[in-house]
Design a binder for this molecule. Structure first.
Ligand code: MN
Length: 444
């Protein structure tokens, strides 16, 4: 490939896409996470403006069968996906394919595939929603109005803490209001509610504990006015500092820099909302299998707000009860540098990974600690593994070695991986993982 800049690759692909779309129906395939859903929403809104005929599929992951069965007569555009499936696309004999993605490209790009992926260009960090936005803006400048969706995608993929020039320009296009402060969301709602449901960050003794919340607020010298607590964005500098100090006292391993940053506020359904909250709402809908609701919410279709919000409430309750279970269960083994929580049928399998992530982002454990959660589903066990602070041993490798011996499937990468084993192998798995994790410590 010759060395073209990302901007040029985007512009060239966009004109080619518009040309091919003249007499072909379009199929949009996108990933089910916040970045994928916002990418699809930007594309849907842009195609509607062009009065194009199209359909949309949202997927959790792509496999060979799915790609094999895609209609051959459509112009297919993959968003936030497909970079790892180039061989399948080649084998499926699809005609015109476009890919807008930022995941790793592991195979050669087939000739009929037009791909926009910074990994093939200059490695700039940008969400798929950001790329989709630039793509759609390149054929219609007025698509600038969708910049806020690109920002939600960026936040969904957790890229908002170090914003590079490319993303900075997208934020500027979006009319988003930035405010410096505590990164607890939603920053727009009464603090007592926000703190009670805060799982990112998880605050020991406060998250999921309404008495703990009131105690913390009292310590910070904050009291309700006319029965209501202020929201985070209504606090003055001094109140913000007092609250930050009170939270840091609860989580001694947390760092000041980690919990302070930019709060992003944007208009959604005509109300000023916290972008992190919107992103979490979209994520919750998808995680609970309601991708349609997630998409309608992003498209700001009336009724969709109520629906998405009620799914989100349910999701938060699952998280809080999962965290409660984890803190109380006797089925928890704490070794040196690792924790194994066996949720059996008490922890929902769809929440096991989320709970492991929350614990790994919390200040409950030292960086490098490995968190393993297990949950039953059907006759199998879903295992999730995370490293606290995204540092330390390669959990994917550790799981792979065990699975090789006892059978099952592994996925993920070095700091976030998972596997599936049969329930018959429960004890064998636990013994093997304990042995492997204890052994690793000795090696160091
Ligand atoms: Mn993504």
């Amino acid at each position: 490939m010759d060395k073209k800049g990302l901007g040029k690759v985007i512009n060239e692909n966009a004109s080619k896409f518009i040309e091919l779309a003249k007499n072909k129906e379009i199929l949009v395939v996108s990933h089910f996470d916040t970045d994928g859903i916002t990418s699809a929403s930007i594309m849907i809104k842009s195609l509607k403006k062009l009065q194009k005929k199209f359909s949309v599929k949202i997927v959790k992951s792509l496999d060979e069968k799915f790609i094999q069965e895609l209609p051959k007569d459509r112009l297919i555009i993959f968003l936030d996906s497909a970079s790892g499936c180039l061989n399948y696309i080649n084998n499926a004999k699809l005609k015109d394919v476009f890919i807008i993605d930022h995941h790793l490209v592991s195979q050669e790009v087939p000739e009929n595939v037009n791909i926009i992926n910074p990994q093939l260009i200059d490695g700039q960090k940008i969400s798929a929603a950001g790329l989709t936005y630039l793509f759609c803006k390149s054929f219609d400048e007025t698509n600038k109005e969708f910049a806020k969706l690109a920002v939600l995608g960026m936040i969904g993929d957790m890229m908002e803490k170090e914003i590079n020039k490319l993303n900075h320009n997208i934020v500027n296009d979006s009319e988003i209001v930035k405010k410096r402060g505590l990164l607890i969301y939603p920053s727009t709602r009464p603090l007592n509610r926000t703190l009670e449901y805060s799982s990112n960050p998880f605050i020991p003794g406060v998250t999921g504990n309404s008495d703990g919340v009131l105690e913390l607020l009292r310590e910070a010298g904050l009291s309700p006015e006319n029965g209501n607590y202020k929201s985070l964005i209504e606090l003055n500098d001094e109140e913000m500092t007092r609250l930050t100090t009170a939270i840091l006292l609860r989580s001694p391993k947390a760092k000041h820099e980690g919990i302070i940053g930019d709060i992003f506020l944007l208009k959604f359904f005509n109300k000023l909302e916290d972008a992190r909250e919107l992103s979490a709402t979209i994520n919750a809908c998808s995680r609970l299998g309601e991708t349609g609701a997630a998409l309608k919410f992003c498209l700001e279709i009336s009724n969709a707000k109520k629906e998405a919000e009620s799914i989100y409430v349910k999701y938060k309750q699952h998280i809080i009860s999962g965290l409660k279970y984890v803190s109380e269960t006797p089925e928890k083994f704490e070794g040196k540098g690792f924790v194994i929580i066996n949720g059996k049928n008490k922890l929902k399998d769809t929440m096991a990974g989320t709970i492991a992530s929350i614990l790994s982002n919390s200040s409950l454990y030292e960086p490098g600690t490995i968190i393993i959660t297990m949950a039953y589903y059907d006759d199998k066990i879903k295992v999730s593994a995370r490293n606290v602070g995204r540092t330390g041993r390669n959990v994917r490798e550790i799981l792979s070695e065990i699975i090789e011996k006892i059978g099952g499937e592994v996925g993920g990468h070095e700091f976030a991986a998972g596997c599936i084993v049969s329930q018959e192998k429960e004890n064998e798995f636990i013994n093997s993982i304990k042995k492997a994790l204890e052994l690793e410590v000795i090696k160091i």
